[in-house]
Structure formats: structure tokens, C-alpha cells
Design a protein around this ligand. Structure first.
Ligand SMILES: [Zn+2]
Length: 53
């Protein structure tokens, strides 16, 4: 068997990964954040999104 090749994901869930933890679940792309919802909550106040605290 050929060794598994990591395909480059251009679209769909796998194309967007959280910059912080690497998950592709619930990644927020708005405003160029590119973080999953969990990491976003943790860094939101540092980024000035105080209303989400
Ligand atoms: Zn994350």
C-alpha cells in the first residue's frame, strides 16, 4: 500500500483550522480571526472583543 498522502484541503471543514489549537471544528473566520470558538473566547478580551466576556 502507498503511504497516506495528506491532501491539501481547499474547501470544507478541513480547509480552515484554528491557528491556536489546530481544530477544524467551529472555526471563526470573521474579521480574519481564524480561531475556533473555544480559543476565540479565551483571546477575545485580549483582542478587544469585550462584549463577549
Ligand atoms: Zn482553537
Amino acid at each position: 500500500m502507498a503511504k497516506p498522502v495528506k491532501k491539501e484541503r481547499r474547501y470544507g471543514k478541513g480547509s480552515r483550522r484554528c491557528l491556536r489549537c489546530g481544530t477544524h471544528v467551529a472555526v471563526i473566520q470573521a474579521r480574519g480571526i481564524m480561531l475556533c470558538r473555544r480559543c476565540f473566547r479565551e483571546v477575545a478580551h485580549e483582542m478587544g472583543f469585550k462584549k463577549y466576556m
